[in-house]
Write a protein that binds this ligand. Structure first.
Ligand SMILES: [Zn+2]
Length: 162
C-alpha cells in the first residue's frame, strides 16, 4: 500500500520518485520532504495508494515528495529568510508613527510591531514565490499526489478555521 497508484492524469505531469520534484535533479532519499495531510475520520477518505493512519480525531496520510539536497538546503534558507523579514518588519513596524493608544492595545506588544511582522512575512512569501517562479522551482505542495489528495478532501493540518 505504500506504493502510490497513479491515475493517467497524474502521469501527464511527469514525475517520479528518483527525481527532485522541485528542480528535476536526482533526488536523494534522505532529503525528501514529508508532507502531512489530514482529514475528518468521518469521511473515511482513501489514501490513493498512500498508507492512511486512521485516528479518532483525524485521519493522517504522509506523502514523501522526492527532493534533492540543494532544494532541501534552499528550503532551510527560505525559512530563515521569512523569519528574518518578519523580524525586520516587526522592528520597522515599532517605529511606525501610530496613535499612542494603538501602541498599548495588544498586551505585551504594539500594533506597529504586529503590522510590521505581518507585512515582513507577506513580503518575504511573495519574494520567495517570485523567485521560485523565475528559477522554475516547483513548490512541494504542487506535487501531483498531494494535489490529488487535496482534491479528494485531504488538507494540511492547522488550516485557519479548523
Ligand atoms: Zn532539487
Amino acid at each position: 500500500m505504500a506504493i502510490p497508484d497513479r491515475a493517467p492524469s497524474d502521469k501527464a505531469q511527469s514525475y517520479d520518485e528518483a527525481h527532485c520534484w522541485q528542480c528535476g535533479a536526482i533526488a536523494a532519499t534522505a532529503t525528501g520532504c514529508d508532507l502531512l495531510l489530514v482529514a475528518d475520520p468521518r469521511f473515511g477518505l482513501s489514501g490513493y495508494g498512500y498508507l492512511v493512519k486512521r485516528g479518532a480525531r483525524q485521519d493522517e496520510v504522509r506523502v514523501r515528495v522526492p527532493r534533492c539536497g540543494r532544494c532541501r538546503q534552499r528550503s532551510g534558507v527560505s525559512i530563515a529568510f521569512v523569519f528574518t523579514c518578519a523580524g525586520l518588519g516587526a522592528v520597522a513596524g515599532r517605529a511606525l508613527p501610530l496613535p499612542a493608544d494603538w501602541h498599548a492595545s495588544p498586551p505585551g506588544g504594539s500594533a506597529g510591531l504586529a503590522i510590521g511582522l505581518v507585512a515582513g512575512f507577506v513580503a518575504a512569501m511573495l519574494a520567495l514565490a517570485l523567485y521560485r517562479h523565475l528559477a522554475g522551482i516547483r513548490a512541494v505542495t504542487t506535487y501531483p499526489p498531494v494535489v490529488r489528495l487535496r482534491r479528494e478532501g485531504w488538507h494540511f493540518p492547522y488550516r485557519p478555521g479548523d
